[in-house]
Design a protein around this ligand. Structure first.
Ligand SMILES: Nc1ncnc2c1ncn2[C@@H]1O[C@H](COP(=O)(O)OP(=O)(O)OP(=O)(O)O)[C@@H](O)[C@H]1O
Length: 129
């Protein structure tokens, strides 16, 4: 059967996809190196995974923990990107630059509070007598 793709296109598309994944992982690595908060999240994630394994969480509980962890990481990475862009666009003081950073930090705070609630509701019944 003839390929529906012009010759060589799938390889090119795959190479581009692979490069995009590479850029994304490089972004996570760069943020991990520059942001102390992210290293703390990495530790907290490892602790949550270990505790989940210890508590033998059910599949749905793992799903909730995974969503909570991913939410915090996503918010922190977007916050890091907003901080970098704000510093680039407005190295000197500007109220809008401050608002952008404060709002981005607010997203991290909300994600972290949500993760705390999920953690309490999921792990609480396993750990409390
Ligand atoms: N260019 C600016 N103009 C106005 N206010 C700013 C500016 N840069 C920072 N701020 C204010 O200072 C706060 C702290 O900014 P900063 O860049 O130090 O981030 P941070 O909260 O310390 O984050 P991190 O510790 O992850 O770098 C901001 O939330 C904002 O209120």
């Amino acid at each position: 059967m003839r390929s529906p793709w012009p010759r060589g296109l799938p390889a090119k598309v795959l190479r581009r996809r692979a490069a995009s994944f590479g850029h994304a992982f490089r972004g996570v690595g760069a943020a991990l190196r520059s942001e102390l908060h992210l290293r703390f999240h990495a530790l907290a994630t490892a602790a949550a995974l270990g505790l989940g394994w210890y508590c033998r969480l059910a599949r749905l509980e793992w799903a909730l923990v995974a969503l909570a962890v991913a939410g915090v990481w996503t918010a922190e990475l977007v916050n890091t990107a907003v901080e970098a862009l704000t510093d680039l666009a407005s190295p000197s003081y500007h109220p809008l630059a401050g608002r952008a950073k404060d709002v981005a930090a607010g997203a991290v705070l909300l994600a972290a509070l949500g993760a705390l609630v999920v953690g309490g509701l999921v792990f609480g019944p396993h750990l409390l007598p």
